[in-house]
Design a protein around this ligand. Structure first.
Ligand code: ADE
Length: 317
């Protein structure tokens, strides 16, 4: 599927500042980090033309022999990344090979995030997790336990992700698939927003209507997205609320055991929402509920969410 916004991106100039010759790309095809139906992410390295240094990267490519539209989609992803600029809380581009094409490849190298995705990391951290909530209030940590994850980390990631989303929204980028599985952690456990594969850049439009796309991340989708495929920065805020729920439940699956049906949408319209996750305070759960406001204009903006979490972080530091 290529949406109308993708067509708009293709009309954008490609910033060749990031173009790196094929011979400086090292692609380790046996070290698979992730794979989809048409794309694959593997470990790799690129040698910087400036000083010959080798940098570890994640390399995204399209599988050979797939439809041309997927090459176009990856190319537009490269364009989005080169056009929007860098931010500490997004997975930034390191380089790309789009011109010096051998076997009609496109290679996109992005920052390597050693600790993998936030959902799996949270699940692995359940044992040894330091809950800082007592009697509904956040308490400072009595002692730092080396390697243990605590409530403060959950708050810091929430803040970092809101910060990254505020940046993306300032560039008119709609992520459209914001979820813990699409947040990556660096070696030093900094959260970065990943997977612009589905992202859409808006030109002068504040949102746009998209039809027919399967499969859909329905548990993370706002009411208006489920109803009529209406995506906007404010529908990303809804998804961010579900991401918060995943974070403060240490990687639980939202709406466990449910399958897609119209009943699900009807329940949301009737006001049914996810219940407060185990490791959230009332204040944090109230923020989730604000993100799940049926009226998209009533949902908080990402800069507000960032400020709120900065406030919570200050309380627990
Ligand atoms: N999996 C997908 N993208 C990745 C990245 N940038 N770093 C590490 N693992 C990944």
């Amino acid at each position: 599927y290529i949406g109308s916004a993708q067509v708009l991106i293709q009309a954008q100039p490609y910033n060749s500042k990031y173009e790196i010759p094929r011979k400086h790309f090292f692609v380790y095809n046996h070290l698979v980090l992730g794979s989809g139906e048409f794309g694959i992410v593997v470990e790799g390295a690129i040698q910087l033309p400036q000083d010959g240094r080798m940098i570890q990267v994640a390399v995204k490519t399209v599988r050979p022999n797939v439809d041309l539209q997927y090459f176009r989609a990856l190319l537009s992803e490269v364009k989005v990344m080169t056009c929007i600029g860098r931010h500490p809380h997004i997975v930034n581009i390191v380089g790309a090979c789009t011109k010096d094409i051998r076997k009609s490849e496109i290679l996109l190298a992005v920052e390597y995030c050693r600790k993998g995705n936030l959902r799996d990391f949270l699940r692995k951290s359940r044992e040894g997790f330091k809950n800082q909530i007592e009697d509904g209030k956040l308490q400072p940590l009595e002692s730092i336990v080396e390697g243990a994850i605590c409530t403060r980390d959950l708050i810091r990631w929430s803040c970092e992700i809101a910060n990254g989303m505020d940046f993306l929204s300032s560039k008119n980028i709609i992520h459209a698939d914001l979820a813990c599985r699409n947040i990556l952690l660096t070696e030093s456990l900094v959260a970065k927003i990943s997977d612009f594969g589905l992202s859409r850049q808006l030109m002068d439009y504040s949102n746009y209507v998209k039809k027919h796309q399967c499969p859909l991340p329905w548990k993370w989708m706002a009411i208006e997205s489920l109803k009529d495929m209406h995506f906007s920065i404010q529908s990303d805020v809804w998804s961010y609320g579900v991401l918060l729920w995943e974070t403060f439940s240490l990687g639980e699956v939202p709406y466990p055991g449910q399958n897609w049906s119209h009943e699900f949408l009807n329940d949301l319209v009737a006001g049914k929402r996810l219940v407060k996750p185990t490791y959230a305070t009332d204040t944090i759960y109230e923020l989730m509920l604000e993100c799940w406001n049926e009226d998209l204009r009533g949902r908080p903006k990402f800069f507000k969410l960032k400020e709120k979490f900065e406030g919570v972080l200050a309380d627990v530091s």
